[in-house]
Design a protein around this ligand. Structure first.
Ligand code: NI
Length: 172
């Protein structure tokens, strides 16, 4: 397992790519899953999509275990949201690709998800609350969507500018 560099703003070129479905969850895919998990724990974060380490495959990992609790990783390949609740909830979201920026985002409160697990088994999951939010956030990544796409245009423009500026300063 290797901690890989996480791609962050302003590098939108890779983050905006649409990831491709996995043909099967083989040893190679499991090795990527392991690196993703290690990278997420190291950050630390509660969710990571493969594209965030530059792998354009429809894979994500989530672990909502709190400090001191046993780790409870969820490995998700080729996810498909097959149902969403009408009820909406809002959470203050952040993203390892947009460090130190947090904003409230509205999303369906519950979802039903169909995906392949770490062993390639077809699985269904009914998720609610924070789990549902994190899964939707990570699935967005697979489609090149960032959580700042769900906030006001002004706030989004401001945060993108902030990262562009920081990048320029870093390159001087
Ligand atoms: Ni994210």
């Amino acid at each position: 397992m290797t901690v890989r560099p996480i791609i962050t703003l302003p590098d939108e070129k890779i983050l905006r790519a649409v990831s491709k479905p996995l043909k099967s969850v083989d040893e190679h895919a499991r090795a990527i899953f392991d690196d993703m998990l290690e990278t997420m724990y190291d950050a630390p974060g509660i969710g990571l999509a493969a594209i965030q380490i530059g792998v354009a495959q429809r894979m994500l990992v989530v672990d909502l275990a709190k400090d001191g609790e046993a780790r409870k990783p969820l490995f998700v390949a080729n996810p498909e949201i097959i149902w969403t609740s009408d009820e909406i909830s809002d959470y203050e979201e952040g993203c390892l690709s947009i460090p130190d920026f947090y904003e409230m985002v509205d999303r369906p409160k519950e979802i039903k998800l169909r995906f392949l697990d770490r062993h390639g088994e077809a699985t269904e999951l009914h998720a609610a609350g924070l789990t549902a939010t994190v899964l939707q956030h990570e699935i967005d990544h697979l489609n090149g969507v960032l959580f700042i796409d769900h906030i006001s245009r002004l706030k989004k423009a401001r945060v993108i500018k902030k990262f562009q500026k920081a990048d320029k300063l870093g390159k001087l």
